[in-house]
Write a protein that binds this ligand. Structure first.
Ligand code: ATP
Length: 486
């Protein structure tokens, strides 16, 4: 059933111009997607909500836009060249490759669904231990013991488990012999670390302070499934917060709370969120937690909050030979700051927003009951805030509609629609989550009023054109959403 809902969200995203498979006329490209006319608006609004909440609402957080290509030594220093890999296993019959931990997680979920809680817990503990010990043969043994078969071939003839690096490599330089290997960044964070001193010095930043950036990241995910949940090219929104060593756990708790507050302000059902502490900490972390959301296909990570110690800055200091220290006048000491990071996938947040707001409701239309598909998006995130309909395409009504749009368009994203019946126009805008629609009729020419229709309640009221802005703007503005964060 839930899988069905997920499929509906995927097809709705395509049908209404939110997300298209990349190069679709060539049958698409694995796990790469494009955002359509409505998708790009929604994505920009989510990004803006994040950016403003981080950069504009904090006087000690500033932004950055670093390049995708970086010096190859960056990835040596960060540990990505040697350690950014997933445990993979191939099925010999189907030749399909899987992440060993994902196969086991799916089995655990199945045990839980079948009420076999003990078995689920036992397998979870054994898998956690194998991952913690980096014991690849033990992972394979678990796959065999639990008789996990390849979903494609149905057989259980597996290769050994091996590590597979996820970074994309390319060459820089015109001549093959001089060309240097460079990587497409697998995370935006390293661009922040290598600019730490540039920003600190030129911005005269005092610890604690943060640097935020949004941008593309690339990972050669072997198993890229679940629509835009796991892509090979995606966007991250990351903030690295530099703190005095020893204070990192306070800041870790602080950012954990702040980030959940950011999610909750969007009005999703709080029961759909949970924290998941990491069992196996990454090589750079001394504490890590995921914020997970209950997608129709189950709980999945949307955001990570990591206490990264001084690992990254120390590594870059060592590999570059440049000092990356901060003089703290309050304690009269030089030190390499510790870092607490918040890292959220913009595309996953987009998917979360689509899943949370996608609704199919039974509504009465005269004698008949029909299904209404509506995206009850938080109004500040909606691609279009106000749809403007002239009742007919003549007698001055379109002109009046255009005049209203001209007045409002600088502050409110409006869309003009004159095709089809008003009912059909409502349905189209319900499907893309437009919070308000107004209809201009013959009476409007006399009384300077229009009928406004509210997306969620479908109620209609008559309002003066002059009052539209004051009625709509507070409900759709990003400012009001941001004010909820206090
Ligand atoms: P996962 O365990 O799902 O692979 P991760 O722990 O490797 O994710 P991080 O490196 O912490 O992810 O990246 C931070 C965020 O970036 C994730 O919480 C997720 O929202 C997003 N993200 C990571 N990988 C992808 C991907 N392949 N496609 C889309 N978003 C991603």
């Amino acid at each position: 059933m839930s899988e069905e809902i997920f499929k509906k969200v995927v097809s709705h995203s395509k049908e209404y111009g939110f997300v298209f498979p990349s190069s679709e006329i060539y049958d698409g490209l694995g796990a790469i997607y494009d955002y359509g006319q409505n998708g790009v608006e929604l994505k920009n609004n989510i990004r803006q909500y994040w950016w403003k909440s981080m950069v504009n609402l904090h006087d000690n957080i500033v932004g950055l836009d670093s390049a995708i290509f970086m010096h190859p030594k960056v990835w040596k220093a960060s540990g990505h060249v040697d350690g950014f890999s997933d445990p993979m296993i191939d099925n010999k019959d189907s030749k399909k490759r899987y992440r060993a931990d994902n196969l086991l997680e799916e089995r655990i979920a199945k045990y839980e669904k079948d009420g076999k809680t003990n078995k689920a817990e036992e397998l979870q503990a054994a898998m956690d231990k194998a991952i913690l010990d980096n014991d690849l043969p033990a992972l394979k043994a678990l796959i065999e013991q639990h008789e996990i078969a390849c979903p494609v071939s149905g057989t259980r003839t597996w290769t050994d488990v091996r590590q597979f690096n996820l970074m994309y490599k390319t060459q820089m330089g015109a001549l093959a012999e001089d060309a240097e290997d460079v990587y497409l960044r697998p995370e935006t964070a390293q661009g922040i670390f290598v600019n730490f001193l540039n920003v600190q010095k030129t911005g005269r930043m005092k610890i604690p302070f943060g640097i935020a950036q949004t941008g593309k990241a690339f990972r050669n995910e072997v198993v890229a499934r679940g629509f835009i949940m796991r892509m090979r090219e995606f966007e991250q929104m990351e903030m690295q917060f530099f703190v005095r060593p020893g204070t990192e756990m306070e800041w870790y708790t602080h950012w954990k709370e702040q980030r959940l507050k950011w999610h909750n302000a969007l009005g999703a059902n709080p029961a759909n969120y949970r924290f998941h502490d990491h069992v196996k900490l990454a090589h750079y972390a001394n504490a890590a937690v995921d914020i997970e959301y209950k997608f129709p296909i189950g709980f999945r990570e949307v955001e990570g909050i990591h206490s990264r110690t001084d690992f990254d800055l120390s590594q870059h200091q060592q590999f570059s030979g440049k000092k990356l220290q901060y003089f703290d006048p309050e304690v009269n000491q030089n030190y390499i700051p510790y870092v607490v990071e918040t890292s959220i996938g913009l595309d996953r947040m987009f998917l979360l927003t689509m899943c949370e707001s996608f609704k199919e409701e039974q509504v009465q239309n005269g004698e008949q009951t029909e299904t209404r598909t509506v995206l009850n998006l938080p109004p500040a995130l909606a691609p279009v805030k106000l749809a403007v309909f002239p009742l007919v395409k003549k007698d001055g009504l379109p002109e009046m509609a255009r005049t209203i749009i001209s007045d409002l368009k600088y502050e409110i994203n409006c869309q003009y629609e004159e095709k089809d019946s008003i009912g059909k126009r409502y349905r189209r805008h319900d499907a893309i989550g437009t919070p308000f629609c107004i209809t201009i009729d013959y009476e409007s020419l006399q009384d300077e009023s229009v009928t406004i229709r509210h997306r969620d309640t479908m109620t209609q009221e008559r309002v003066k054109i002059a009052a539209l802005k004051d009625l709509i703007l507070p409900k759709v503005s990003m400012t009001e959403l941001l004010k909820k964060l206090g």
